[in-house]
Design a protein around this ligand. Structure first.
Ligand code: MSP
Length: 638
C-alpha cells in the first residue's frame, strides 16, 4: 500500500493578500508534494488561512467591514493565486470553518481530561506584543521592542494558561531523541537554546479580542490565535469529528513547512499541546528562509511587500516557480528583484532546456520526418551523464535542496548541448544521410531531454508536460521510474510549437516598468476634465526641489537610462532617469533640474534611484524642465 505523506504550509493571515513570501512557501510545499506523489506516496497537501485575531479585526474595522467579509475577500484571492501558480493542494482549511472549531474544542477537551491542571485560569503581567499577539519574555525586550522590532507594552490579563513549563524537559528529550525534528540544524539549535532557558506557562485565551473561537465554558474569552491556528493541521483531517479516517491515516504530519520566524510556535508550543492531549507529534518542522528586499524581510508591517503578479502574468507561473526554487538556497534568505528573475530566466531555462529542445526537434523533423528516430541506443555518453545526475538529483530533492536539484538537471541539459557540438549531427547527415548512427544520436538527445523534463516536473509541471508531449513521450509519465534511461518510444510523433522559454528583452521590460514607476510628467497637455482633482494638501505632500547634476553616466546595457549624482543643497544623491535617448551624460553635468525628492527608492536595471527628475514628455520623448541657473540647489519648488 502507498505510504501516506502529509505536508502542510503555515496557514496565512487574511489581513492582507499573499505576497512573494507566501507564494514561495506554497510553491516549495507543492514541489515537495509533487515529488512525493511521483515517488508513489499517498500525499495529502494542506494549505489554508488563519482568520481570527486582532490583526484581522483591526484591518476589517479600518475598512468598515466585518472580519468575515475581509476574510472571504482575501481567501478568494488565495484561491485565485494558488490556481494561477498551479498549487496542487488537496484541501484548504479556514479557521472560521465549523470543522476547525470542532477540532480545536476536541484538542482542549483531551488536554483537560488527560491532565486537568495543564489548563488553568490565572493572571499574568508582562510585555505584550500586539503585532505577534503574544507575551514576550523580559530578556527579549529592548527599548520597548521585541527581537523583531515590534513595539511591546506592559499588560496585565486574567486568562486561561497552558502549563507549558511542564514540557521543558519532555521537549528537550524529544529534540535529543529526534534530531531531525526541526530542520535545518540552525533552526533546531535556536529552538533548543530557547527551551533550555526554561519555558514559562502560556496564556491561551484573550478577553480584549472578540474575533475568535469562544473559550469552551467561558465565552468572555476567545482562544489564543496560535492555539487556534496550530490546530488546523489536525482539524482539516477531521479530528474531533468522532469518526476521522483521514486523521487516522495521515497524522502525524511528515512535514510542517513554515518560515523561520514561526518555527518556535511549531516546534515548542504545538508539540507541547499534542503531548498534553496524548497525540503523536509531527515528524518534521521545516523552516525556510525569508525573501528580502534590500536585505530587509518583506512584510506588510515594513511596507516593502513584493507581489510579482506582473512577472507571473507576463512570463507564466512555471518560470516564476523555477526562479524561486533555483534562486533561493533552501533555508537561507534571499533578496528579490525583477532583474534577478530575468537574469535567471534568460540564463538557465531559455538558453538551456528550451534551446536543446528546439534543436533536437528540428533535427528530428529534418532527418526523421517529425518522428522520434527509429533506433534507440543503450551505450553512450548521455546515458552515462543521466545515470550520474539522477541519483544526485534524487538526493538533493530528499534534502529539500531544490536549487541543487535544478543545478544537477541543468548539467544533463548542458551534456546534450555538448553532445550535439561534438557529434555534429548536421555534418553527419550531409556525409552519411539519416543512417542508424544519426538515428541513435538524435534519439539520445531526445531521451536525455525526456529525463530532464521528468526531473523538472515538480518545479515546472506545465512546461514539463508540454516538453514531454513535444518529444513524443506521455505527458503524464513523470514517476521516478521514468528517470531511467531507455523509455522513449521510437517512431513516435513529435510536436513543434513556440519557444518554451521566449527570451526576455531585459532592457525593454525593465524600462517599461520604470515608466510605470516614474511616469513622465505630462506638462504639454491639459488634464482631461474627468481626472479626479487633488487637494492642495495632497500636492504639498510631493517634495519638489531644485538640484544640480554633478556627474552623469549611462547605465550599462541601457539605451535610455542615465545614472546621475545630483546635489540637493545638503548632500548628493543618486538618481536614474530614462532620458538617455535625448541627452548625453556630458550635457547634463552642471545643469539645474527639478526633482521629486521624497519618492521611495526604486531599483532600475540593478541601480538604485532616489528620486525622479521632472521632464515634459512629447510623444514619449523627454524634455527636462529648465530652471533659472541663479536658483540655488536645494530650493523648494511649489
Ligand atoms: N498565521 C501565521 C501562521 C500560523 S500557522 C499555524 C502566520 N501567517 S503569515 O501570513 O504571517 O505567514 C505565513 C507564512 O509565510 C509563514 O510561514 C511565514 O514565515 C511566511 N512568510 C511571511 N513573510 C515571508 C517572507 N518575506 N519570506 C518568506 N516567507 C515568509 O505567520
Amino acid at each position: 500500500m502507498a505510504k501516506p505523506f502529509y505536508i502542510t504550509t503555515a496557514i496565512h493571515y487574511v489581513n492582507d493578500v499573499p505576497h512573494i513570501g507566501h507564494m514561495y512557501e506554497n510553491i516549495a510545499a507543492d514541489v515537495i508534494a509533487r515529488h512525493h506523489r511521483r515517488m508513489g506516496d499517498d500525499v495529502f497537501f494542506l494549505t489554508g488561512t488563519d482568520e481570527h485575531g486582532q490583526k484581522v479585526e483591526r484591518s476589517a474595522a479600518k475598512e468598515g467591514i466585518l472580519p468575515i467579509e475581509l476574510a472571504d475577500r482575501v481567501v478568494a484571492e488565495h484561491h485565485r493565486l494558488w490556481k494561477t501558480l498551479n498549487i496542487s493542494n488537496d484541501d484548504f482549511i479556514r479557521t472560521t470553518e465549523g470543522r476547525h472549531r470542532v477540532g480545536v474544542y476536541e484538542l482542549i477537551k483531551r488536554i483537560q481530561e488527560r491532565i486537568p491542571d495543564d489548563i488553568y485560569l490565572g493572571s499574568h503581567s508582562g510585555w505584550y506584543c500586539q503585532s505577534e499577539e503574544t507575551f514576550i519574555p523580559d530578556n527579549q525586550v529592548k527599548d520597548k521592542k521585541d527581537e523583531s522590532g515590534h513595539p511591546v507594552e506592559q499588560t496585565t490579563e486574567t486568562n486561561y494558561f497552558f502549563k507549558l513549563s511542564r514540557y521543558t524537559e519532555p521537549l528537550l528529550r524529544h529534540y535529543r531523541e529526534n534530531p531531525g525534528f526541526v530542520y535545518p540544524q540552525t533552526r533546531l539549535n535556536e529552538v533548543v537554546s530557547f527551551v533550555e532557558q526554561g519555558l514559562r506557562d502560556l496564556s491561551i485565551s484573550r478577553t480584549a479580542v472578540k474575533w475568535g473561537i469562544p473559550f469552551p465554558g467561558n465565552p468572555d474569552h476567545v482562544i489564543y490565535v496560535w492555539m487556534d491556528a496550530l490546530t488546523n493541521y489536525i482539524s482539516a483531517l477531521g479530528f474531533g469529528d468522532g469518526n476521522h479516517p483521514r486523521f487516522d491515516h495521515y497524522w502525524p504530519a511528515d512535514i510542517h513547512l513554515v518560515g523561520k520566524d514561526i518555527v518556535r510556535f511549531h516546534a515548542v508550543y504545538w508539540p507541547a499541546f499534542l503531548m498534553s492531549a496524548g497525540l503523536p507529534l509531527p515528524k518534521r518542522v521545516v523552516g525556510h528562509g525569508w525573501w528580502l528586499r534590500d536585505n530587509q524581510k518583506i512584510s506588510k508591517s515594513l511596507g516593502n511587500v513584493v507581489r510579482p503578479h506582473n512577472i507571473i502574468d507576463e512570463f507564466g507561473a512555471d518560470p516564476f516557480r523555477y526562479f524561486v526554487m533555483r534562486d533561493m538556497v533552501f533555508g537561507q534568505d534571499q533578496n528579490y528583484s525583477d532583474e534577478a528573475f530575468i537574469t535567471r530566466y534568460n540564463g538557465d531555462p531559455a538558453t538551456g532546456l528550451g534551446t536543446a529542445l528546439s534543436r533536437s526537434l528540428k533535427m528530428s523533423e529534418n532527418y526523421f520526418g517529425g518522428r522520434t528516430p527509429p533506433t534507440p541506443c543503450d551505450d553512450n555518453v548521455l546515458k552515462t551523464a543521466a545515470e550520474q545526475v539522477v541519483p544526485e538529483y534524487l538526493q538533493a530533492m530528499d534534502d529539500l535542496a531544490f536549487h541543487r536539484a535544478l543545478e544537477t538537471t541543468w548539467r544533463l541539459v548542458a551534456a546534450v548541448d555538448q553532445y550535439i557540438q561534438s557529434r555534429q549531427p548536421f555534418s553527419h547527415f550531409k556525409n552519411h544521410g539519416a543512417d542508424e548512427t544519426l538515428s541513435r544520436m538524435i534519439w539520445n538527445c531526445l531521451e536525455a531531454l525526456r529525463i530532464a523534463f521528468v526531473m523538472v516536473s515538480p518545479v515546472m509541471p506545465s512546461i514539463a508536460r508540454e516538453g514531454l508531449s513535444r518529444i513524443g513521450a506521455d505527458a503524464d509519465a513523470i514517476g521516478v521510474d521514468e528517470l531511467k534511461w531507455g523509455r522513449l518510444s521510437n517512431n513516435a510523433t513529435l510536436r513543434g510549437g513556440d519557444s518554451l522559454f521566449p527570451n526576455i528583452d531585459a532592457e525593454k521590460y525593465l524600462e517599461k516598468k520604470m515608466d510605470e514607476i516614474t511616469p513622465p510628467v505630462e506638462t504639454t497637455q491639459a488634464a482631461p476634465p474627468d481626472v479626479a482633482k487633488i487637494s492642495i494638501d495632497q500636492f504639498m505632500q510631493t517634495e519638489l526641489r531644485v538640484a544640480e547634476v554633478r556627474s552623469a553616466e549611462r547605465v550599462p546595457k541601457s539605451k535610455k537610462l542615465i545614472r546621475m549624482m545630483v546635489f540637493t543643497g545638503d548632500g548628493e544623491r543618486q538618481i536614474v532617469a530614462g532620458i538617455g535617448t535625448k541627452y548625453t551624460p556630458e550635457e547634463l553635468v552642471g545643469r539645474k533640474v527639478i526633482i521629486v525628492a521624497n519618492l521611495q527608492p526604486a531599483t532600475l536595471m540593478g541601480v538604485e534611484s532616489n528620486g525622479m527628475i521632472l521632464a515634459a514628455s512629447i510623444d514619449g520623448e523627454p524634455t527636462l524642465l529648465s530652471v533659472d541657473p541663479n536658483v540655488p540647489a536645494g530650493t523648494k519648488v511649489k
